[in-house]
Ligand binder design. Structure first.
Ligand SMILES: Cc1cc2nc3c(=O)[nH]c(=O)nc-3n(C[C@H](O)[C@H](O)[C@H](O)COP(=O)(O)OP(=O)(O)OC[C@H]3O[C@@H](n4cnc5c(N)ncnc54)[C@H](O)[C@@H]3O)c2cc1C
Length: 420
């Protein structure tokens, strides 16, 4: 894995990035620090989010630098920076949509791995049609009282905060009456129940809100402006997924993740989670070499296709960055997400091809703890989370290619008058 990351080093922040990280680790890695202390040191040096601007806690490097930095940490034997949805979505959303007080209060704990976040967007009746959500937030002085139900909330169990969408105005059209809250989960009005998936694990949860409370100072981007803030969050989610990781498989941030009180040296020796549920070209080529199949011509064709998709994804990300810098880029993040979905599915399939019957084993009996078999049963989810393939194609068709939009008679009616 690290060799492949090293090969693409030149695309990920300059040819010297790997060496710079290694030199920094030589000077700073201290296995006797607590994880809590180590993550603060790493965050202070900008290595947790090297792709953020310097004044935002990063190093102003390209997005792909994050993968290079983390691979260099792993090869050095140092504890990698934390992962989680807070880094992927909440921090960049608050940085771009929050006010200075919110940024100063909410973002540093995310970058330092002190808190874990989940995304409380989807509801039983609002997935693709997210703007149809019906969780209600009612103002009560300087706080909001929130009731409703969320579902498919990844990692909600174990999170401290949720990126919560709630309807604050039922008289406005559906896109206009939504607000985005930084919502504290540990309170009496919140019930979280895990949902088991076909992987055998319970990544998802359903979250019930019964007169839960949120402080007005935690409303991000202004009352009724939640749809615009949501577009920012979805952009960061899809760009992160398109970049190939969505921050899965890294050490869990926050008190519930169980890492903070341990020593960094001890935590660095943890075997990485059995699977990140994401496999790609590096993992599959390593498997082909390891099993002596890398000369098989049929397999090589599939590997070549996988490599092609991977390179297309990388070029698309570079194009997206350039187009966004020029003020455009609509649709590029959706293409990136679609490409990554294709990579995940093909990589898992080729992995199982290589393993043959052994690929059917999940858990400790499977190859590398069942990495490829679990990736295979998880891969279909990539066509759903972060917005389905159909929705990504609609975005590309309507907003990038200018094809006629679906009729949307509900866009101008007050939400309370919509048939639901
Ligand atoms: C692994 C995973 C993790 C997730 N994590 C989270 C999370 O942390 N937080 C969160 O809030 N949500 C999460 N989700 C939920 C996810 O965002 C929704 O499942 C997704 O947006 C689809 O919504 P839905 O399930 O309600 O399906 P629906 O919206 O009911 O869609 C059903 C089918 O109809 C199609 N469809 C719907 N509308 C259109 C249209 N206009 N044009 C063409 N086709 C259409 C869809 O493509 C789909 O095939 C997660 C989902 C998965 C699978």
């Amino acid at each position: 894995m690290s060799e492949n990351v090293r090969e693409s080093d030149a695309h990920a922040g300059g040819p010297g990035l790997w060496d710079e990280v290694t030199a920094w680790l030589d000077a700073h890695w201290d296995p006797d620090l607590s994880v809590d202390e180590w993550w603060r040191v790493v965050a202070g040096a900008g290595w947790t989010v090297p792709h953020f601007e310097v004044e935002q806690g990063g190093r102003g490097l390209p997005r792909r630098s994050q993968a290079t930095v983390r691979a260099a940490f792993a090869e050095f034997g140092a504890l990698r920076p934390p992962g989680g949805l807070g880094l992927l979505m909440a921090a960049p959303t608050i940085l771009t949509q929050g006010n200075p007080e919110q940024i100063a209060r909410l973002v540093p704990p995310i970058i330092e791995g002190q808190v874990a976040w989940c995304q409380l967007f989807s509801e039983p009746g609002a997935g693709s049609d997210l703007a149809g959500l019906s969780t209600r937030a009612t103002r009560d002085g300087d706080r909001w009282i929130i009731s409703g139900q969320k579902v498919w909330s990844s990692q909600a169990m174990g999170s401290d905060y949720g990126m919560l969408l709630a309807r604050t105005d039922v008289d406005a059209p559906k896109h206009g009456g939504i607000s985005w809250f930084a919502f504290e989960l540990d309170q009496p009005g919140v019930t979280i129940r895990p949902l088991r998936e076909m992987t055998g694990q319970a990544l998802f949860n359903e979250v019930f809100l019964d007169e839960a409370v949120c402080d007005d100072r935690d409303l991000i981007g202004g009352e009724g402006n939640g749809w615009a803030v949501t577009q920012a969050t979805l952009h960061f989610e899809r760009t992160g997924i398109g970049a190939g990781g969505a921050m899965a498989g890294f050490p869990e941030p926050g008190p519930e993740g169980g890492m903070l009180g341990r020593t960094a040296g001890d935590a660095a020796h943890d075997r990485p989670p059995v699977t990140t549920r994401v496999v790609g070209f590096p993992e599959v080529t390593a498997l082909a070499k390891e099993t002596g199949r890398s000369d098989d011509p049929l397999l090589r064709q599939k590997l070549a296709r996988l490599h092609t998709y991977t390179e297309l994804g990388r070029w698309n990300a570079l194009r997206g960055k350039a187009e966004i810098a020029r003020g455009g880029g609509i649709g590029v993040t959706s293409i990136g997400k679609l490409t990554q979905t294709r990579i995940m599915k093909l990589a898992a399939e080729v992995g199982l091809d290589i393993l043959g019957p052994d690929g059917g084993l999940i858990g400790p009996d499977g190859h590398n703890g069942g990495q490829f078999s679990e990736a295979f049963v998880f891969a279909p989810a990539s066509s759903i989370y972060g917005g389905t393939d159909e929705i990504q194609r609609n975005i590309v068709a309507e907003r990038a290619l200018g094809l006629p939009r679906d009729p949307r008679p509900d866009r101008s009616l007050p939400f309370r008058d919509l048939a639901r």
